[in-house]
Design a protein around this ligand. Structure first.
Ligand SMILES: Nc1ncnc2c1ncn2[C@@H]1O[C@H](COP(=O)(O)OP(=O)(O)OP(=O)(O)O)[C@@H](O)[C@H]1O
Ligand SMILES: [Mg+2]
Length: 343
């Protein structure tokens, strides 16, 4: 294959690119902004992300994916084409892509993703199960007949999977993840304080003082919002206990889904998992106490992987080196597609 091989983790919150021979090349927000009248994109990635909640009536914000699935074809195409152009520059041959996908993606959704890749400038595209990429990125030797459990908690989805010999033995996908936590915080502040806060403010609160357990020593931060009663700006304090109370229900649902996936797992795989422990990946694995939450529910040691947010893209990057063999044998990739070769 003459073009360069690029791994793409097309996430609900972030899109990450891994270039073969170079490593992690780019991480950007999965957001675009377009002009309502012309429909043309005016900002892509972090530039569009900073516009969230601050747009005029002429500008519309687009989220290309919802819960890990393409929800806006054009925005997804814009984002992929833009960054592939930055990475590939004026190369003669189009790049080959490996894109991660949730294990629950339907045939139609897979085909949509392949069409987007082809129309964004890819020569050949393979799709790879996200949970498998996470496991490889977290350091699991995927070829061995030994069970490992990976829980990938990103922005839009939580993927729970038991991996063995390069395949998934059990898997479950939840539509509860980082974005749900942000919404939980917004709803809590609205209900308990009669104050409205924006999406980015909620995310900031979560990243600064969010935790999945009741801290002995509370920490508080001051944030700005809008009073629901007066319509005026207010400065108020929010603390770790309040954030925990806001997230508690959904944290419990994630832990319960992990327990239920384990209960469906065969005894031998289960003992491998008990020995190795459960691995947490995805940006939301950075939430303090989340591992403890799952550990208490399952009684199995749970740890966040090294560099959890990048596990998926690093796992795809690892498989890029074997792309010819793997895509040919259909071992790791569900579908592949040939498009016109040179640009
Ligand atoms: N320190 C932190 N504490 C809590 N959450 C965090 C932290 N840092 C990042 N996050 C959250 O991680 C999420 C993004 O994670 P990630 O980049 O893995 O998602 P994604 O891969 O784009 O989404 P998905 O895999 O669900 O499609 C966001 O919700 C973000 O707020
Ligand atoms: Mg992800």
């Amino acid at each position: 294959m003459p073009g360069i091989n690029i791994g793409v983790d097309l996430g609900t919150s972030n899109v990450r690119f891994f270039v073969e021979g170079k490593g992690l090349a780019l991480t950007e927000n999965s957001v675009t902004a377009s002009d309502i009248r012309s429909g043309r994109p005016i900002a892509i990635g972090s530039k569009a992300y900073r516009m969230i909640g601050r747009t005029s009536e002429r500008v519309q914000i687009h989220y290309p994916l919802r819960h890990g699935v393409v929800s806006d074809f054009t925005a997804c195409q814009d984002i992929l084409r833009y960054y592939l152009q930055i990475i590939c520059g004026n190369r003669i041959f189009k790049p080959n892509l490996v894109i991660s996908m949730p294990s629950t993606l339907t045939g139609l959704e897979q085909r949509t993703l392949l069409n987007i890749a082809a129309s964004s400038g890819a020569a050949k595209t393979c799709l790879m199960e996200k949970a498998l990429a996470c496991a490889i990125g977290a350091g699991v030797d995927y070829r061995k007949p030994r069970g490992a459990m990976v829980v990938d908690i990103g922005g839009g989805t939580t993927e729970i999977a038991v991996v063995t010999m390069g395949c998934l033995a059990q898997h479950e996908s939840l539509q509860i993840a980082g974005n749900t936590f942000d919404e939980d915080i917004r709803r809590y502040v609205r209900r308990e304080r009669d104050i409205l806060i924006g999406r980015l403010t909620a995310e900031e609160i979560k990243q600064k003082i969010g935790c999945a357990y009741l801290r002995d020593a509370e920490i508080a931060i001051a944030v700005k919002g809008k009073s629901y009663l007066t319509g005026m700006p207010v400065l108020f304090e929010v603390n770790t206990t309040e954030v925990f109370l806001a997230l508690r229900e959904h944290l419990e649902q994630i832990a319960e889904a992990v327990r239920s996936t384990l209960s469906r797992t065969s005894p031998d795989l289960l003992s491998d998992i008990a020995e190795r422990g459960i691995l947490l990946t995805g940006g939301s694995a950075l939430l303090p106490g989340l591992a403890g939450c799952i550990e208490r529910k399952t009684q199995i040691r749970t740890v966040a992987a090294k560099d959890p947010a990048n596990c998926t893209v690093l796992g795809i990057g690892e498989t890029l080196r074997h792309m010819d063999v793997l895509s040919g044998s259909g071992y790791l990739f569900k579908i592949q597609q040939e498009a016109a070769e040179p640009a």
